[in-house]
Write a protein that binds this ligand. Sequence first.
Ligand code: HEC
Length: 151
Amino acid sequence: MIRRYFVGFASVATVAILAALTLAGTAVADERQESDVTPNAARAPEGDVAAGREVFRRQCAVCHAAEADVHKAGPSLAGVFGRRAGSTSFPRYRGLDGADFIWTASSLEAYLADPRAFIISHTEKPTTSMTFRVPDERQRRDVIAFLQTLK
Ligand code: HEC
């Protein structure tokens, strides 16, 4: 008799514990979801200039100088922000030759993500001589923030 009560109690206790664990699990999952969202929401839409300088140094400087009128395989990027595309004294523009749009955060963002696709949709040219892409969104934002500082 006592034993049967005990078994009964034990199974009720087990169910209670399982229920508690399930609830706790749900609460943990909810918390995790919230903290997954918070850093993104809190992240500033502007890029980080210092990180962008590093992206530039590693990925762009081989072809681009930050000084005015200094051209390498690609045109100088001094003052590129707000300037008409393809308008430096660089002699070897291809896709950007005769372009009639201004470099803004959004045009730079689209260009750096996929230069070829961008040139095809924004100019009459079939291609661009810059085939280099920046697939990482964070790096694009950072390097664009850095480009804005190049006067
Ligand atoms: C392998 C060489 C190369 C690399 C690496 C490269 N570019 Fe370029 N870039 C070019 C060339 C060449 C052009 C001219 C494209 C054309 O006319 O079609 C160009 C054009 C540009 C332009 C337009 C300039 C203007 O005068 O309108 C921007 C902005 C630009 N690049 C940004 C970048 C950034 C930012 C990086 C690094 C993340 C980068 N590029 C990496 C070769 C390169």
